[in-house]
Design a protein around this ligand. Structure first.
Ligand code: TUI
Length: 315
């Protein structure tokens, strides 16, 4: 049993959160992660009635806690933020912004609030606003990214706040888990490795693109828009690169990016779609169930921690 304040707080066995991947994280993935002892997350970056249905389906698929991710740049963020209160969701994670205006409402409904932060300043602000934990996400992660790496961001956030910190970005196996705990966190969040889970609904072409990716195969697109997004390189990223070279106006990025995520996730078009995935894709090489992924990551972590203890003369 891992003695984690965060795991106790949200009543889970393994202190692992599944990333709230937009268009991807549905009830089947979230329930599989929760049934395996982690904290499954349903994406809230979707029409509010779709999210409500997924919450209801997840309740049928698992009796364990799960959460909803509110992507604050998403069109439905406000409506989903209110709906999760009606549906009795226990945990909310947020991304891509400051969830300050919703925190009091969520606390009234006894929801555990866990925002993603990409800086020490936001982590401190969130602690003062009364959140229960923060996820410090480095720019190794897939999707919307901040500036700092996990290695640099996480220990600085750990030093700055007293609430539990969860590390995210670049964690894909037991070594990543062990390393994250060495940085002082109380839990981890994983996205990319769950993309290839049996219970993950992305098309097989998306999974194969992640499984075959090498270390250098991700790229951050859309920096000039102020919303940089890490994806796997393809025809689309080359077009984004051309726009950057030309110094194209923001509208051109918006035009190219429109519908790009659903082209990849719904149509399985991994050449022209936005294949969001983290830098750890190069390490992800097999499809497994969520249970196998979680079991393997934590049992490997234990071995690596023992190995280092021996190395340091600690028995
Ligand atoms: O949110 C994410 N990752 C995401 S969201 C997403 S959906 C999307 N769809 C189409 C285009 C673009 C995105 C895909 N991936 N991760 C959490 C995260 N939040 N990473 C970084 C941040 C972050 C960055 C700056 C959070 C707060 C912040 O500052 C806010 C402030 O006000 O200081």
């Amino acid at each position: 049993m891992i003695n984690s304040k965060f795991a106790q707080m949200v009543k889970i066995k393994y202190p692992i959160i599944q990333g709230g991947m937009a268009r991807i994280a549905d009830s089947s993935l979230a329930a599989a992660v929760s049934n395996a002892g982690g904290l499954g997350i349903i994406t809230g970056n979707a029409p509010v009635e779709w999210v409500r249905e997924e919450i209801r389906k997840a309740k049928k698929l698992t009796d364990k806690p799960f959460g909803v991710n509110i992507m604050l740049l998403g069109e439905t963020a406000e409506a989903v933020a209110k709906m999760v209160c009606e549906e009795g969701v226990k945990v909310v994670t947020t991304g891509a912004g400051n969830p300050g205006k919703y925190i009091d409402m969520w606390k009234e409904y006894d929801i555990k609030v866990i925002p993603v932060v990409a800086s020490v300043a936001l982590a401190k602000r969130m602690e003062r606003a009364g959140v229960d934990a923060v996820i410090a996400e480095g720019c190794e992660s897939g999707g919307h990214v901040g500036e700092l790496t996990t290695m640099a961001l996480v220990p600085q956030v750990v030093d700055a706040v007293s609430i539990p910190v969860i590390a995210a970005g670049g964690i894909g196996d037991g070594r990543g888990v062990a390393a994250a705990f060495m940085l002082g966190v109380d839990g981890i969040q994983v996205g990319t490795r769950f993309l290839v889970a049996h219970e993950c609904i992305v098309p097989e072409a998306y999974k194969q693109k992640v499984l075959h990716a090498k270390d250098i195969d991700t790229q951050v697109t859309g920096r000039p828009t102020g919303h940089p997004v890490r994806v796997l390189r393809n025809k689309l990223t080359r077009q984004f690169q051309l726009l950057e070279k030309e110094g194209a106006p923001i509208e051109k990025y918006e035009e190219l990016g429109r519908g790009a995520l659903s082209r990849a996730v719904v149509d399985g078009d991994v050449d022209n779609g936005s294949v969001m995935a983290g830098q750890i894709s190069g390490l992800v090489c097999k499809e497994q169930s969520c249970e196998e992924i979680i079991q393997e990551m934590f049992s490997e972590a234990e071995k690596h921690i023992s190995r280092v203890e021996k190395m340091f003369g600690i028995e």
